[in-house]
Design a protein around this ligand. Structure first.
Ligand SMILES: [Zn+2]
Ligand SMILES: [Zn+2]
Length: 313
């Protein structure tokens, strides 16, 4: 039997995590696609509509939310009738690291139908690169096994306060369905976070995420099917099943940590309740995405894209 985490503390930390709030704000499928489009320079309503195949009412709704959150800024490009382009703000550009992590994950594991660039070129060093998750403090590349997690629930991030103050409520379809690719939604990412924090049994996950057993059972089945989790009989009690991460879900950690850091620093201006520490340098861990070739940080304006087919613009 695996050692048991403090379930009450884990429940509170997950509920008040910047990840949970960040995913609510920008983690839904359509918003992720709009952000990808924005970083590829696709800015006009019709272009985004064509690129990401988002139903028009949903696109209007998401663009309005992103403008309200200060992630995108509309600029008029035609007076009569008025037409707008949507430009990333400074806050929006802060989502670049998370977006690069999505690109990297989609390239390895994804099954998304929209056109992603085949290759990223770092214009500072002129080489194609893979985005590398590194530690801001020491610059070393980092994976989940190099981190430990401290849980300090931030009471100011309880759901009631946040929903009133920060996150515009999204209406319409698709809010909680499908974040990345076709297989990963907000709930999958929360379930993976619970497993990362040491909850490996059904009853533990159900308790820390407050998910009804019937609903959790469905979600776990679908995650097992899409290879985001695998499960085995517990070695000390064959009636219990142990849920573990797979290589593809472990690889989602880069996105999880970049998104929750952005949400804490740029969106909520609060410390997350889940605080990673880099065990190598013994400092609090904040991610920075670097170029796999020259190891320099990647700025959004220093990347070119290569497409197999035609460019989206
Ligand atoms: Zn470090
Ligand atoms: Zn480089």
């Amino acid at each position: 039997m695996l050692s048991s985490p403090n379930l009450e503390l884990t429940r509170e930390a997950l509920a008040t995590s910047t990840l949970s709030h960040g995913l609510k704000a920008v983690g839904d499928r359509w918003t992720v696609q709009i952000l990808l489009a924005s970083f590829l320079g696709v800015r006009r309503f019709d272009e985004i509509h064509n690129y990401a195949q988002i139903p028009r009412p949903t696109l209007s709704n998401r663009l309005r939310s992103l403008v309200q959150m200060g992630v995108l800024k509309p600029k008029i490009y035609q007076e009569n009738p008025p037409r707008y382009e949507y430009h990333l703000t400074r806050k929006g550009i802060g989502l670049y690291d998370a977006t690069l992590m999505i690109w990297a994950w989609e390239k390895r594991w994804g099954d998304r139908a929209i056109g992603l660039p085949q290759k990223l070129i770092h214009t500072s060093c002129n080489h194609s690169f893979l985005p590398l998750l590194t530690c801001r403090a020491c610059g070393e590349s980092v994976s989940m096994k190099d981190l430990s997690f401290q849980l300090i629930p931030n009471k100011r991030l309880n759901t009631a306060t946040i929903e009133r103050l920060q996150t515009p409520r999204m209406t319409g379809d698709g809010n909680s369905v499908m974040g990345l690719g076709l297989r990963v939604d907000r709930w999958s990412l929360m379930i993976l976070s619970a497993v990362i924090l040491g909850c490996h049994y059904f009853d533990q996950i159900s308790k820390v995420l407050q998910i009804r057993p019937s609903v959790l059972s469905r979600r776990l089945t679908s995650m097992l099917r899409s290879n985001l989790l695998h499960c085995e009989a517990d070695s000390s009690d064959a009636r219990r099943r142990v849920y573990r991460l797979t290589p593809s879900s472990r690889d989602l950690f880069g996105y999880i940590v970049c998104l929750s850091t952005w949400a804490g620093e740029e969106h909520l201006h609060e410390m997350s309740s889940i605080r990673p520490r880099h065990t190598t340098c013994q400092r609090s861990f904040y991610p920075k995405v670097a170029c796999s070739h020259c190891r320099q940080d990647i700025d959004a304006w220093a990347v070119d894209f290569e497409f197999k087919g035609k460019k989206p613009t």
